[in-house]
Write a protein of this length. Structure first.
Length: 113
């Protein structure tokens, strides 16, 4: 019984220490980082473009509602809120686009391309 305990402890120690001895360094030099960066930049550009298109649509809807409100305060208020939220959404989209470009350029200069 005592012999099996020693064997179990020895097997556990080997199992825990084997990865440290048999480790093989993983180098990122083989990865094609430029293609990944280009892909991510194009995704960000597409999403920002779509968000700008949606914001433009809401500007049109809000402007149309503002023009056709005919002095009705409820419709006028709804149109103003639509224009305000479209402007806020467009500002957030532009800010996110600029921030992602800044982060991408900083990462490119720090890690190389």
């Amino acid at each position: 019984m005592r012999n099996y305990r020693f064997v179990r402890v020895l097997v556990m120690a080997l199992a825990l220490l084997a990865p440290l001895v048999l480790i093989h360094p993983a180098l990122a030099a083989d990865a094609n980082v430029a293609k990944v960066e280009t892909f991510i930049r194009s995704i960000i550009q597409v999403v920002a473009g779509l968000a700008g298109l949606v914001a433009t649509g809401f500007f049109v809807v809000g402007g149309f509602g503002y023009i056709t409100s005919s002095g009705n305060p409820e419709h006028l208020d709804r149109a103003k809120r639509t224009l305000l939220f479209a402007a806020i959404g467009l500002a957030i989209t532009i800010g996110a686009f600029v921030l992602s470009n800044i982060i991408a350029s900083l990462a490119t200069s720090a890690f190389g391309s």
